[in-house]
Design a protein around this ligand. Structure first.
Ligand code: GAR
Length: 209
């Protein structure tokens, strides 16, 4: 059973999808802590409504990156979290946390990486870029987190069509459905210990069932 800390900056629909999948018995994990860099994040409300500790913490509250990093690591240790899910988290995770939780941090991104990822490409910016390029497909990627934005090995990806009538909002809604499907699935792959990292590739062992 994975013991998860979710980092989120926004409304929290991916957190909700994960909690729903856990409650439905589709994911063998528990969310023990939710952390947000935004005090008004919907994700914090969703967590509190379920009795999950939900904390607002930001690097701006600390004297420097090292202090902030130690605070995060203390929280993760105190809540006994062994896995981190970035669910709409729009900040970089400090390098020391990434190193301590190597291959134990995943992120959901609203495009088919490695296209339309990297610094500045988040949320609606991604969908606007996809539409401006004239792509015929987009989608969602769950990937491992390393020291750069959106550059770790993909775990799961799901395509959706892009229609000529789309705007960023309609495309975002279609991609979000894909996100809600693959994020819990990816967590379950880790819960079943089916992910092996070889170089930049995440290899998924077949289901034992
Ligand atoms: C999601 O679309 C997620 O993919 C995106 O933020 C949204 C958060 O929605 N994340 C990024 O763009 C990160 N690069 P949510 O708060 O409803 O889960």
């Amino acid at each position: 059973m994975l013991s998860i800390c979710v980092f989120a900056s926004g409304r929290g629909s991916n957190l909700q999808a994960l909690l729903d999948a856990i409650a439905a018995g589709r994911v063998a994990a528990r969310v023990l802590l939710v952390i947000s860099n935004k005090s008004a994040a919907g994700a914090l409300e969703i967590a509190r409504a379920r009795g999950i500790p939900a904390l607002h913490t930001s690097d701006t509250h600390f004297r420097g990156e090292a202090d902030y990093c130690h605070h995060l690591l203390d929280l993760l240790r105190a809540h006994r979290c062994d896995f981190i899910v970035l669910a709409g988290y729009l900040k970089k995770v400090p390098a020391e946390v990434v190193q301590k939780y190597k291959d134990r941090i995943i992120n959901i991104h609203p495009a088919l990486l490695p296209s339309f990822g990297g610094k500045g490409l988040y949320g609606h910016h991604v969908h606007e870029a996809v539409l401006a390029y004239g792509c015929k497909v987009s989608g969602a990627t769950v990937h491992l987190v390393d020291l750069e934005y959106d550059s770790g090995a993909p775990i799961l990806q799901k395509c959706v069509p892009v229609y000529e009538t789309d705007d960023a909002e309609t495309l975002a809604a279609r991609v979000l459905e894909a996100e809600h499907e693959i994020l819990p699935q990816a967590v379950q792959l880790f819960a079943e210990n089916r992910v092996t990292i070889r170089g930049h590739r995440a290899c998924i062992a077949p289901s034992p069932r």
